[in-house]
Write a protein that binds this ligand. Structure first.
Ligand code: DHB
Length: 394
């Protein structure tokens, strides 16, 4: 098989890159280890920055998102028994949209297939070869068990946080020590229940963080900070609702219960791989950087990466101009690090560390008071949460 760009991974980064390249007349092949069903059914985050919405709409894949997504013009931050609203729209003129990641993937896959795009699901043993030369190729075992060889001019590593392509960025150039593990994780549920509130609630409490999010009028997504050793079995439905009430309820908020139909534990890590490229291999999304979920930056960063990468690849493949490719890492890293900071900051400000002292809790409450009681503080949150504008290439 021969194509121009070999893309490893059919997540937001890989599929959006394939689509953006297609719009510029460049063909690609996407190799994905999982089945289409699995890709389209895995529950992930649900918040799209204004940038991501604009990008999907401009790229012609935003119809369902505009029809079915819910625009949120603000959010509530709760601490010390009170709620403070951050009005994104009034402070920045921007907003976010609740539209789950797997719906974005369903839309991108449908559009790719309608455009004659080539996505190989169930591709095993994917290996990138000779990416430091001028003729890289990728070997894999297809869904029928046949060994295949994909020849291409450029390779994109979009294979998520459990990436294999990242390991091809050679030492000593690569930094793998930009890493941080957090002393807590999230327990996420989906419940058949009415909305707790019209907007998301991020709640700090002495017993830990809680987040009330939403999917539809009748399906809600909630998260609880739990211990790193906790498993799904440790959390009965009754214990989950008890804890959500304890951490969230108060004046102006009361968690509304329902039937829980999905439970999962989400890891909490920060990681950046620098540089994000080697020879003809370019990493995008979680393959290159992972953020903790507080602040919902993961998918949005992936989209921002490929927005830059698609142009850089096009410049090279259409007119032989290497400048975009050479400057790819430098172009996207400032945004990556600012999102790292924001995700780390929101995580540390809102969660209760296992060894938190009474002083630490009161200090956090004071910090939350500082940032939510002035327009300057609220704007800082609103700008970062709704996303730094893409056009500035921050
Ligand atoms: C959701 C996830 C997040 O990480 C977040 O900060 C807000 C919402 C969600 O899945 O709805």
């Amino acid at each position: 098989i021969r194509t121009r760009v070999g893309i490893v991974g059919a997540g937001p980064a890989g599929l959006m890159l394939a689509h953006l390249l297609h719009l510029q007349g460049i063909e690609s092949v996407v190799l994905e280890a999982r089945s289409r069903q699995e890709v389209e059914g895995t529950i992930r985050a649900g918040i799209l920055e204004q940038n991501t919405v604009d990008l999907l709409v401009e790229a012609g894949v935003g119809d369902r998102l505009l029809a079915e997504g819910h625009r949120h013009t603000g959010t509530q931050i709760r601490f010390a028994g009170q709620g403070r609203r951050i009005d994104f729209e009034a402070l920045t003129g921007r907003a976010v949209t609740v539209y789950p990641q797997h719906e974005v993937l369903i839309d991108l896959i449908a559009r790719r297939l309608a455009d004659g795009g080539d996505i190989r699901f169930g591709a095993g043993d994917v290996e990138v070869h000779e990416h430091t030369g001028s003729r890289p190729f990728i070997t894999f075992v297809d869904g029928d068990g046949q060994r295949q060889r994909l020849e291409c001019e450029l390779v994109a590593g979009c294979d998520g946080s459990r990436t294999a392509t990242r390991n091809l960025i050679p030492e000593p150039a690569v930094r793998t020590d930009y890493f941080r593990q957090y002393p807590f994780v999230w327990f996420g549920i989906l419940a058949e229940a009415p909305r707790t509130s019209d907007e998301l609630i991020y709640a700090h409490s002495p017993s830990g963080f809680a987040l009330c999010s939403t999917r539809t009028e009748t399906v809600q997504r909630h998260y609880l900070q739990v211990s790193v050793d906790d498993t799904v079995e440790d959390w009965s439905d009754a214990r989950i609702w008890d804890e959500l009430h304890r951490r969230v309820d108060g004046p102006g908020a009361e968690v509304r219960e329902g039937a829980i139909f999905a439970k999962s534990v989400l890891p909490f890590r920060s990681f950046v791989c620098e540089p994000m490229q080697s020879g003809r291999l370019f990493l995008a999304g979680d393959a290159a950087h992972t953020v903790p979920p507080t602040g919902a930056k993961g998918m949005n960063l992936a989209m921002a990466d490929v927005w830059v990468l698609a142009d850089a690849m096009t410049g090279f493949l259409v007119s032989g101009d290497r400048r975009g490719l050479d400057g790819y890492t430098a172009a996207v890293l400032p945004r990556v690090w600012r999102a790292q900071h924001f995700s780390w900051w929101m995580s540390t400000m809102l969660h209760t560390a296992p060894d938190a002292s009474p002083f630490d809790i009161r200090r956090q409450e004071a910090e939350l008071d500082t940032v939510t009681s002035s327009d300057a503080g609220r704007t800082l949150i609103a700008e970062n949460y709704t996303g730094l504008p893409l056009r500035e290439r921050v």
